[in-house]
Design a protein around this ligand. Structure first.
Ligand SMILES: *Cc1c(COP(=O)(O)O)cnc(C)c1O
Length: 370
């Protein structure tokens, strides 16, 4: 007799669906026999500039050391981050992507009988991290596509240990201001760890988005998570970090894989952090691309959700799946978000000007076909 190894999985895992990533360029090229060089991928909020040349140089130099384990404490990167983020070294946790940080939090603080609160239309990794450890996901209805912070507060109960909030949120791009965040943090019970996911914060400079770091000193139950995958252009290397009290960092360090961030990633992240020019260029490109896409949507008579990220959700006013398929046949990959409860939207990452044009042209064609 063989066991039913689906039914034997813990209930929270049985209820999960695997994370669906943006379709890889090579996969679409294979499926439709297209030239990969002619495919435009605006599906995973990747930086269209390519990695910083300084990061690439740092990787080349590090190649000579591949036979060695990486620095398990990530001293060099943590030092740079501590300085830039105005915290002590022992407040920094490095992750294999910031996804890793979210999972470390879940492993350390959640368990069967406990729950995590997060919003409808929030990042797909929150339910995965929560249910993987047998905890309950409490999903709070969104308001105007964004987080309803007062409703999230009201959803917290005695068994809540973690609240995940993203600012701006992915996939909606919605955000909340400093005052709303401060009020929320004031009212969250002290036993609840608030994970403020700031994966896109580098794009928000000069806007009314709060800087989570400004709240760390006042709120010991706050953890801010950030990543090198988006504005820093290092998605493939998987580096992210958490900033918290030393106590929370110590707890996360206990459940962390010993060498969770590899040496190429550590070296590249250090170099990327120092490359201010690259970051400024990324921001500029994002701003102009955001304008370009919005102008294109306006021309097509489409509305969208205002976004502070490097992506935007366009409302097609019809089921988006066939449009997504039509775009694929035009060699353009964007992201369907039906699995986020948004069947009429597509999420589009801001690309290079020519990529944005290709997408808008393809969208016009596909929509005209009806
Ligand atoms: C992209 C993203 C992340 C970061 O993922 P990495 O694991 O760092 O690549 C985290 N949170 C949100 C909301 C994101 O969109």
């Amino acid at each position: 007799m063989s066991g039913n190894f689906l039914a034997l999985a813990q209930p929270g895992v049985q209820q999960l669906s695997p994370y669906v990533p943006g379709k890889p360029v090579d996969e679409l090229a294979r499926e439709l026999d297209l030239d990969p060089a002619k495919i435009v991928k605006l599906a995973s909020n990747e930086n269209p500039l390519g990695a910083s040349p300084k990061a690439l140089a740092a990787i080349r130099e590090e190649l000579a050391e591949l036979t060695r384990y990486p620095d398990g404490n990530g001293f060099a990167l943590k030092s740079l981050l501590a300085e830039q983020c105005r915290v002590d070294l022992n407040q920094v946790t490095l992750g294999n992507g910031s996804n890793d940080i979210l999972e470390l939090v879940a492993r350390a603080y959640l368990a069967p009988g406990l729950n995590a609160v997060f919003s409808e239309h929030a990042f797909a990794v929150y339910p995965i991290a929560t249910q993987a450890v047998g905890a309950q996901a409490k999903v709070v209805p969104a308001k105007d596509w964004g987080h309803d912070l007062p409703a999230m507060l009201a959803a917290i109960d005695a068994n809540t240990r973690v609240v995940f909030i993203a600012n701006p949120n992915n996939p909606t791009g919605t955000w909340f201001g400093a005052e709303a965040l401060d009020e929320f943090l004031q009212d969250v019970p002290e036993h609840v760890l608030v994970v403020l996911d700031e994966a896109y914060i580098e794009y928000a400079e000069g806007s009314d988005l709060p800087d989570g770091l400004d709240f760390l000193a006042a709120y010991p139950n706050l953890l801010v998570s950030r990543t090198f995958s988006k504005a820093y252009g290092l998605a493939a290397l998987r580096v992210g970090y958490g900033l918290s009290t030393p106590v929370v960092a110590d707890v996360l360090n206990r459940v962390r894989q010993p060498f969770n961030v590899n040496s190429l990633a550590l070296a590249a992240a250090c170099a990327a952090l120092k490359d201010e020019e690259y970051l400024a260029q990324s921001r500029q490109l994002n701003e102009s691309g955001m304008q370009q896409l919005q102008a294109g949507f306006r021309e097509l008579g489409l509305s969208w959700i205002e976004s502070k990220g490097n992506f935007i959700c366009v409302d097609l006013a019809q089921v988006a799946a066939p449009i997504f398929q039509g775009l694929l046949r035009e060699g353009v990959i964007v992201r369907p978000v039906a699995n986020y409860g948004m069947p009429n939207h597509l999420r589009v990452t801001i690309g290079l000007p020519a990529e944005n044009s290709r997408f808008l042209e393809a969208l016009r064609k596909v929509l005209a076909r009806g």
